[in-house]
Design a protein around this ligand. Structure first.
Ligand SMILES: Nc1nc2c(ncn2[C@@H]2O[C@H](COP(=O)(O)OP(=O)(O)OP(=O)(O)O)[C@@H](O)[C@H]2O)c(=O)[nH]1
Ligand SMILES: [Mg+2]
Length: 245
């Protein structure tokens, strides 16, 4: 943001405005009937396991654009791969590990006859790997987040025990600047007390309110307890163009 002119700022505002208009309404703002339809669309989308298309280690390998693409980003070990598995109600779609740095490429999964892609991303930030490799992933993550036109939404996964960290804020800054819609998903809610969770949600909501490309709704999930999955499936299904919804 530093040093940008008023014109540039105005253009960014307009871009973010367009993104907001395109972004779907929060589930909580829908009528009961619309909400039921959204949940059903989500269920249908995830009823069958996805196809693993490819792992991308370099921007030049990116596949042709999809009708919609959504990415799961977040610090290492927050539970990105686990949540993808939980959405499909399987254990073996994406690789999970106790060692941060399990996911090393942009792993492309396709759904709905290849109309929609879900991307399991390497974690940004700390990972138990050689520094040069970590730097390579960080560059890939950054280049992908700001340079993939068909990316409709980035789900930023945040460990509900730890809250937003510097790396998350840097990712949000980048997405605000490039007007890429993003949404916060809290993970491992089974490990957090209800009152702590409520306080965390209030704090994050206040931060999101002043961020132009942020979707206001915060999802609360637990892959372990299968919490919040229906709502997240619905949010992903809503990214497909309306005629398919
Ligand atoms: N308690 C609890 N643990 C979880 C949950 N989801 C994931 N975990 C654990 O968190 C650890 C990391 O999970 P992953 O899904 O591999 O995390 P990731 O974000 O994909 O990690 P990287 O690929 O390394 O960036 C594993 O030990 C999981 O079992 C959850 O909902 N509850
Ligand atoms: Mg992973």
């Amino acid at each position: 943001m530093n040093g940008s002119t008023a014109d540039e700022r105005a253009e960014r505002e307009r871009a973010a405005e367009r993104i907001r208009a395109r972004a779907t309404q929060a589930l909580s703002a829908l009528s009961e009937e619309q909400r039921a339809a959204a949940l059903q669309a989500g269920q249908q989308l995830f009823a069958r396991p996805p196809t693993f298309l490819m792992g991308v280690a370099d921007m030049r390998q990116l596949p042709a654009p999809f009708e919609a693409e959504a990415a799961f980003a977040g610090r290492s070990n927050v539970g990105k791969s686990s949540l993808i598995n939980a959405l499909f109600n399987r254990k073996d779609v994406a690789r999970v590990s106790n060692t941060p740095g399990r996911t090393r490429e942009l792993n492309y999964f396709t759904l709905a006859e290849d109309r929609l892609a879900l991307v399991d991303m390497p974690g940004y930030g700390y990972a138990k790997a050689p520094k040069s490799l970590v730097r390579k992933w960080q560059t890939l993550v950054r280049d992908y987040l700001r340079g993939r036109p068909s990316l409709r939404r980035v789900f930023i996964l945040v460990d509900s025990r730890h809250g937003l960290k510097e790396q998350d804020r840097l990712a949000m800054d980048l997405l605000d600047e490039t007007a890429v819609n993003y949404q916060i998903v809290l993970t491992k809610a089974d490990k957090t007390r209800k009152d702590a969770l409520e306080k965390l949600i209030a704090r994050i909501a206040a931060e999101l309110a002043v961020r132009p490309a942020a979707h206001p709704e915060i999802h609360v999930t637990s892959a372990r307890k299968k919490r919040g999955l229906d709502e997240l499936r619905a949010a992903i299904a809503s990214l497909l163009p309306q005629e398919h919804a």
